[in-house]
Ligand binder design. Structure first.
Ligand SMILES: [Zn+2]
Length: 347
């Protein structure tokens, strides 16, 4: 992805993450309608979609109050599911065309149809607008438009959630409102399109979000992203488990460093390394898991004579093994079963 906001664009120079920025929640009240506007909105007032009211179109899709005059043949060519829908008899007609009401938002239908008619627009290399592209992925999956589904999935960069290495890189990315929105929607779309393999990595990264955003969600471009009640609980319970695993396994040397049996300094390394190790964590919030991260400065500890080479090699190897084990168990921490279970659901 070439966008400036890409979740793959991360700072790898830090050992420890900066404290998450206290991003501002959009004022939900600001979107509430006044009594007058609420009254007006109850009056049916359909509008023709700009750019998607095609004079030679043969069917009309109705999403919320927006009408789209498009071609049955074009839609049917891309989607057998839409072909079935558009072949059903309907009662309403406008300008002689049958009208098919859809349950999706006008915004999502607009973007879906735009890229269905002009897929080359997806390859312009411009900034990916997440609310737009998640809507396209949602509808292309719903209607079985496989190429558009694959393309939108790829543009959203969701595949990075399925490997330990890329999840660890994202762990050090700045946690902007846009990033948090992307993470929450990754969980929601993963469930919706049955790509459950996305969930463990997304949950792990969501655990780094301030609790208020896990509970209340985040808005981006007027589109709210919020976890289900069950997933909010899974995230918070999983965070507790991750912090336990971090203390007991992947970062246990912070609490109980063990010198190597081959220590060349009479096993005094174990007490000397505590101070620099803790200093490296001093900017990391205590409730933010870094269970899958690895310490990167073992060589510096040896160079600065905080420990011998044998001890640093042993601690490094122990942590790498522990992190691999924690990654394998990551789905279990969020009550998702095993990786095999999740991959078995892939479509
Ligand atoms: Zn030693």
């Amino acid at each position: 992805m070439s966008t400036s906001s890409s979740p793959e664009r991360v700072s790898q120079s830090e050992e420890e993450p900066r404290p998450a920025k206290r991003a501002r929640l959009e004022q939900q009240d600001a979107t509430k309608q006044s009594p007058q506007s609420a009254l007006i909105s109850t009056v049916p007032s359909h509008t023709k979609a700009e750019g998607l009211w095609l004079d030679d179109g043969s069917v009309i899709l109705l999403a919320e109050s927006t009408q789209f005059r498009v071609h049955r043949t074009v839609l049917s060519m891309h989607s057998p599911i839409l072909a079935d829908i558009l072949n059903k008899p309907v009662g309403d007609r406008i300008e002689g065309c049958p009208v098919f009401p859809l349950s999706s938002s006008a915004r999502d239908v607009t973007n879906f149809l735009k890229y269905l008619y002009d897929p080359l627009d997806l390859d312009t290399g411009g900034k990916v607008v997440y609310p737009v592209m998640f809507g396209v992925l949602h509808l292309s999956a719903k209607y079985g438009v496989s190429k558009l589904r694959s393309k939108s999935f790829s543009l959203l960069g969701l595949q990075v959630l399925t490997s330990l290495e890329s999840v660890n890189k994202l762990r050090y990315a700045e946690l902007t409102p846009e990033m948090m929105w992307w993470l929450i929607q990754a969980i929601n779309i993963g469930r919706e399109i049955n790509m459950l393999e996305l969930l463990p990595g997304a949950f792990y990264l969501c655990c780094a979000m301030p609790t208020e955003f896990i509970l209340r969600g985040v808005s981006l471009d007027g589109v709210e992203a919020r976890l289900s009640v069950g997933d909010r609980a899974s995230c918070l319970l999983g965070r507790d488990r991750l912090l336990d695993v971090q203390q007991q396994e992947t970062w246990s040397f912070l609490y109980n460093p063990q010198a190597s049996s081959a220590c060349t300094d009479d096993k005094r390394c174990s007490s000397r390394i505590l101070k620099p190790l803790w200093q490296s964590c001093r900017y990391s919030p205590l409730t933010t898991p870094r269970t899958l991260s690895v310490y990167r400065y073992w060589d510096d500890l040896v160079d600065d004579k905080y420990c011998c080479r044998n001890c640093s090699d042993k601690l490094r190897e122990d942590q790498e093994i522990a992190v691999e084990g924690a990654w394998k168990k990551l789905p279990e921490y969020f009550s998702l079963g095993s990786w095999e279970d999740l991959r078995g659901h892939g479509t």
